[in-house]
Design a protein around this ligand. Structure first.
Ligand code: ATP
Length: 313
């Protein structure tokens, strides 16, 4: 099945800032795909490239098979998009903006929009400039989904919504994916993402450091807690990718991806190791490990580390 979003080697540089440093991403159809990352990681920049509002400096981005530069207008017509700061015609009422926008879409748009607005309990006759932040967010969402897009792109969709509407909204995203449509959402609400996402990608400093089905992340990642005889004991690193490690007294905590039972047995049997416990990490643990963690391999191989050592010598 061909990817709904396909991004290869995309770079974007702003004055004094390398916002995207070679992003590769494939989003399959029929999934809720969550893009996570700390402030400034590059999520909005990537979404703006996908929706054609920004052009990449290098690489290629395609959405629904279309090129994000030369076919941006068609992409924007076919995709539902809610930005992190949606611009609405403030002088219109929700009723009026639905009628106005329906002119750009096939029949059925207005009815679906009105149903959603009623479901969201937005006051239809009040001017948009007088609506609350959450009510404005609901109008933007209703406008974005009323044409039943194959792909819905949402930048921080639930910020400003109250908990009941958030839940209702996120459940409706899962329903959309169940009908074969795709939802790409960027979010800081990791617990919410964990409840609804099929796939998760984590961005760090302009690159994607992890992009996998959530179930696979859960199956292949472990939190390993090692109790040591002495705080200074050195132990062998388990095989796989140690995403994060931290020592606190006689305890060593690691988040490891792709390790195996044999490697953990070796760790249990190592000199100075009292006890090894493994747990399934939460998505938040994996997120912190990917965005804040330092892998031992990176430390050992880092040219900066070598340079510091060379200088010291
Ligand atoms: N127009 C611009 N000019 C200069 N720098 C920019 C511009 N737009 C974004 N940046 C920078 O690019 C980097 C990525 O920004 P971006 O908005 O994509 O991050 P984000 O992951 O969406 O962050 P947040 O979670 O805070 O919304 C940041 O360092 C930001 O300051």
């Amino acid at each position: 099945m061909s990817a709904v979003v396909s991004v290869t080697g995309v770079q974007k540089h702003f004055r004094g800032c390398d916002a995207l440093q070679g992003v590769d991403l494939q989003i399959p159809p029929g999934v809720v795909f969550a893009l996570l990352g700390e402030n400034g990681a590059g999520k909005t920049t990537l979404i703006r490239i996908l929706t054609g509002f920004l052009h990449a400096d290098a690489g290629e981005a395609r959405v629904l098979g279309m090129d994000c530069v030369s076919q941006s207008l068609e992409i924007r017509r076919q995709v539902g998009y809610v930005s992190d700061a949606p611009a609405l015609y403030d002088w219109m009422t929700p009723e009026r903006i639905g009628w106005f926008t329906s002119a750009f879409y096939p029949a059925g748009f207005q009815q679906r929009y009105e149903d959603l607005i009623r479901q969201f309990e937005v006051p239809v006759g009040r001017k948009i400039k007088h609506l609350s932040k959450g009510q404005r967010a609901k109008v933007s969402l209703a406008l974005a989904v009323a044409h039943e897009p194959e792909l819905l792109i949402l930048d921080e969709p639930t910020s400003g919504l109250d908990p009941l509407v958030r839940r209702q909204f996120l459940e409706s995203m899962v329903d959309r994916a169940a009908t074969g449509r795709t939802v790409l959402l960027s979010s800081h609400q990791i617990d919410e993402v964990e409840r609804v996402a099929d796939w998760v990608a984590i961005m760090r400093s302009g690159v994607i450091v992890l992009a996998k089905p959530l179930s696979e992340i859960k199956e292949t990642t472990q939190q390993v807690i090692v109790s040591l005889d002495d705080p200074l004991v050195e132990v062998p690193w388990p095989r796989g990718n140690v995403l994060q490690h931290a020592r606190s007294g006689r305890q060593l905590r690691m988040v490891v991806q792709g390790t195996d039972a044999e490697s953990l047995a070796e760790l249990r049997g190592a000199v100075g190791v009292q006890h090894v416990e493994t747990r399934v990490p939460s998505l938040e643990d994996v997120f912190v490990a990917c965005t804040r963690g330092e892998s031992p391999a990176a430390e050992q191989q880092s040219p900066e580390t070598d340079a510091v050592v060379a200088e010291a010598e």
